[in-house]
Structure formats: structure tokens, C-alpha cells
Design a protein around this ligand. Structure first.
Ligand code: PRP
Length: 211
């Protein structure tokens, strides 16, 4: 049988994930010196580096047993898998934001909201019973209000630096976000013992890591 395979979100979460693994003695030498390689051994596991939305795809299709991915991506794309643990890394907030001093809720015109997260945005405004026009943007969504494409954005805010340096501010916090461990439904049945051991290790790492 192949090694248990864990899909890791590359970029933002990567450094903290490596710190977690190392906190419980998993050897991350290959991951730290990965170059352009995408599949790397970490201790007894095989890890796969992927973009957040793809982590979910690989886990849903069962080619990866476990995934480490942000709750933001789960809320936007998630369908069928188990979400088993909050790693409490990659902490940030979903926020409604716009130009400093702007009043998003002023006036009766339908507001335009730019975002990488149309499903989350739709649910947020549906909850308020408010009709908005959602504009999907792929990255650097802060550009949209600056270019007058939108009245506001819905995005994740971590340090707030990107907003600040672009003359934007948080209008409203929507919900907190952090990295979660997800598990393929079939793997959970077929490889339960190994998966439980891996989850315990990650839980232990969460307690011991100095991030
Ligand atoms: C995220 C997010 C903000 C920024 C917030 O983008 O979309 O732009 O980080 O972080 P801060 O509050 O610490 O400034 P990311 O860097 O993931 O890149 P992207 O916009 O290209 O998706």
C-alpha cells in the first residue's frame, strides 16, 4: 500500500505547516529544500504541494488521504470530505472592506462587491437580505475599489497591511478563518488507524509548536 498522502496548501500556510510537522519530530528536510519539486517525503508520509482549492479537489477524489487547507477555501469550494481538526494556524478574518471613510450601506443603489469568494459573499449578503452585484476577481482584489470597479471587497485580512497600504479599511468582520485538516471519506474507513495516528500527531503538534 502507498504511504499516507497529505496535500499541503503552498504559500501562505506552508511555513507554519512545516513548523507544526517539525514540532512532533517529522523530518522536513526534503520539504525545506524542495526546489521546484511538488511531491516530497515528510517523515513516514508523502506530502503534495498544491494551491488551496486543489488541495480540496485531490482529497475529494481520494488521490490524497488528508489535506491541510484554510477554512476560507473550504467554505467557498468544499463539498464532500470530513473536516476533523482546526490547526489554529493561518489565522485571519473574512472581511468586508473598502475605501477609507466610505459608507457601504449608504443609499439605495445595488452595491458592487468584488471578491475571490463569490459563494461566501453571496451567503453573507443573503443572510442580511441585501441584494448585491458580485464581481469575481482572481487575485489582488483590493484593486477593484481603487479602480472604481466595486464599492467594496470581501476578502481575507491577516495583518491588514495590504488594505492599509492601499487606502482601504475594514467595514465589517464577517468570520474568523484558520487552517483545517480534512480527510477523504473512503480513506477514513479504509485507513482509519493510520489516519487517527496522523491526526493525533497534528493535534499534538498544535499544542507543542512555537509558530
Ligand atoms: C491575501 C488576501 C489579501 C492579503 C491580506 O492575498 O487576498 O490580499 O492576503 O493579507 P494582509 O492582511 O496580511 O495584508 P494573497 O497574498 O494570498 O494573494 P492574492 O491576492 O494574489 O490571492
Amino acid at each position: 500500500m502507498r504511504k499516507l498522502r497529505i496535500a499541503l496548501t503552498k504559500g501562505r500556510l506552508e511555513r507554519q505547516t512545516v513548523a507544526l510537522f517539525e514540532a512532533v519530530g517529522l523530518d522536513c528536510t526534503e520539504l525545506r529544500n524542495k526546489g521546484r519539486r511538488l511531491i516530497l517525503p515528510v517523515g513516514e508520509y508523502e506530502t503534495v504541494l498544491a494551491k488551496a482549492a486543489d488541495v480540496i479537489t485531490y482529497v475529494e477524489h481520494g488521490v490524497c488521504d488528508i489535506g491541510i487547507v484554510g477554512k476560507d477555501t473550504i467554505l467557498e469550494n468544499g463539498k464532500s470530505f470530513y473536516e476533523v481538526c482546526d490547526l489554529e494556524i493561518g489565522k485571519c478574518d473574512f472581511c468586508l472592506a473598502g475605501k477609507v471613510g466610505g459608507d457601504f450601506y449608504d443609499g439605495y443603489n445595488v452595491k458592487r462587491v468584488a471578491t475571490k469568494y463569490p459563494n461566501v459573499t453571496k451567503a453573507f449578503f443573503a443572510d442580511k437580505g441585501m441584494d448585491v452585484k458580485i464581481i469575481k476577481i482572481e487575485g489582488s482584489v483590493e484593486l477593484a475599489p481603487l479602480l472604481e470597479l466595486s464599492d467594496a471587497i470581501v476578502d481575507i485580512v491577516e495583518t491588514g497591511t495590504t488594505l492599509k497600504e492601499n487606502g482601504l479599511e475594514v467595514y465589517e468582520k464577517i468570520m474568523p478563518v484558520s487552517a483545517r485538516v480534512i480527510v477523504n471519506t473512503a480513506s477514513m474507513k479504509l485507513r482509519r488507524t493510520e489516519i487517527d495516528a496522523c491526526i493525533s500527531k497534528l493535534e499534538q503538534a498544535k499544542r507543542e509548536a512555537v509558530l
